[in-house]
Design a protein around this ligand. Structure first.
Ligand SMILES: NC(=O)c1ccc[n+]([C@@H]2O[C@H](COP(=O)([O-])OP(=O)(O)OC[C@H]3O[C@@H](n4cnc5c(N)ncnc54)[C@H](OP(=O)(O)O)[C@@H]3O)[C@@H](O)[C@H]2O)c1
Length: 408
């Protein structure tokens, strides 16, 4: 089998290394030689974490996509374009495609699955969600009989690392973020992680597969952790709680509720023990009950291992049944159910009249006021009302952080 690699960064170098280091073992198993024919990069002269023979690297995608001898494309580059165009071209040219790019998958899942079906090839993306945790394959396999009712998880290692460090070492958000960037855990532009967009894409992909309906990312109500401060984590510590960025979706009748929000958990909750860059994904099936998957949510080896697992499914010819039709999702939105919430609102930079109007509302909810910082737990408030308060405060003047209380 001949392989074309698009990208030789963290995941691409990891995948290349596994294929090269495990060549003998893979050949023994599949009675077939696996060869990485060509590798697409932007910069031919960049120093690489792996050694690649002369002539394998190219900056011309067509040398790979139009090469009839290449059977499989590993698309391991980020961003929307040219990744989308390359994936489509590869599928249309009758090549199997494996990708770890969640952004392009979340935006084009139906399109890619349909193209793959037309060409009778595989489109697989285990590395795109959960990094090293095998979740896509069990989900696709289970949903055939075991109707998936809900999915819940901690799906981003960077934010879980930041929250763990803030909680355990009593550090401020900005300090931990700067440290995570210096160590290479967080991107120079951290928005996709800390504003929740990375998790939004992942829960959209998982939920689309689970419920058989393509869920646009913009339908996923999303709050990140950018506004969390030490005053919040001090409060959680004083109550023996921990805070996590959680993604959740559930299907009831024909409606899908789906959201990404910071959540607080007590030590009896299974998410409490998920620290630093570990991730967890749980799904509930009507036959299986709850199934939990825990492991490294990203990183070179775990993600590359997920990519190579997809490759082995192609070698095993185990991909046909994976091509599932997705309907257009109709009734999708955030939950309206009543929840308990932690809320902290800082009105210091508001005008006196804004302060007075908002303060009345916040005191009525039972929050304590300490020099125009309002803080506390609110029991049993409708999620839609919380969203209205957030939008009101943010529109006017104040900074706000809230976290839903997760039980069970
Ligand atoms: N890193 C992880 O742990 C992880 C985990 C799960 C999923 N993912 C996803 O996997 C994908 C790859 O992530 P990564 O961390 O490996 O990225 P990365 O380290 O930035 O590597 C990207 C690679 O793609 C190449 N590339 C990018 N744009 C290109 C273009 N227009 N033409 C040709 N080559 C191009 C780059 O070439 P140059 O090297 O020449 O610049 C580089 O080799 C992303 O979608 C990411 O979200 C990553």
């Amino acid at each position: 089998m001949k392989i074309g690699l698009l990208g030789l960064g963290t995941v691409g170098a990891g995948a290349y290394e596994i294929i090269e280091n495990q060549k003998g073992r893979l050949q023994e198993f599949y009675q077939e030689e696996l060869t990485v024919e060509r590798i697409l990069v932007r910069n031919l002269n960049k120093k690489r974490p792996v050694e690649v023979p002369d002539g394998k690297l190219t900056c011309d995608a067509d040398e790979i996509l139009n090469d009839p001898s290449i059977d499989v494309i590993l698309s391991l580059m980020g961003g929307m374009e040219p990744a989308k165009t390359y994936i489509l071209k590869a599928l249309q040219n009758g090549k199997h495609v494996i990708t770890s790019n969640k952004a392009v998958v979340a935006a084009n899942l139906s399109l890619f699955l349909n193209e793959a079906k037309k060409s009778n090839v595989a489109f697989l993306f285990e590395g795109a969600v959960g990094g090293g945790i095998p979740i896509i394959k069990p989900l696709k396999q289970q949903r055939r009989l075991n109707q998936i009712e809900a999915i819940e998880g901690i799906l981003n290692g960077t934010t879980n690392f930041i929250l763990t460090q803030m909680m355990e070492n009593k550090l401020e958000f900005d300090t931990v973020l700067a440290d995570a960037q210096a160590r290479g855990y967080a991107e120079a532009d951290p928005s996709a992680d800390i504003d929740g967009f990375d998790v939004q894409r992942k829960i959209a992909i998982l939920s689309s597969l689970a419920y058989g309906q393509e869920i646009p990312t913009e339908k996923v109500y999303t709050r990140g952790i950018r506004s969390i401060r030490g005053i919040d984590t001090d409060y959680f510590q004083s109550k023996n709680l921990d805070v996590k960025l959680v993604a959740s979706s559930a299907q009831q009748d024909d409606a899908i509720s789906i959201w990404v929000e910071p959540c607080i958990v007590d030590p009896s909750h299974r998410f409490y023990a998920i620290k630093n860059s570990d991730n967890v994904v749980s799904f509930i099936g009507h036959l299986s009950g709850r199934l939990d998957f825990v492991g490294a949510g990203a990183g070179m080896d775990p993600t590359a291992n997920a990519v190579i697992s997809d490759l082995m499914d192609i070698l095993d010819n185990h991909y046909q049944a994976d091509i599932i039709p997705l309907a257009i999702a109709k009734n999708v939105g955030p939950t309206h159910a009543s929840q308990d919430y932690y809320l902290r609102v800082d009105l210091l930079s508001c005008t006196k009249s804004e302060q007075a109007r908002l303060a009345e509302q916040l005191l009525n909810l039972g929050l304590a006021n300490n020099q125009e910082i309002y803080q506390g737990m609110i029991e049993g408030i409708e999620a839609s009302m919380m969203r209205a308060i957030v939008s009101d405060v943010e529109k006017e003047c104040g900074s706000i952080f809230y976290a839903r209380r997760l039980r069970g």
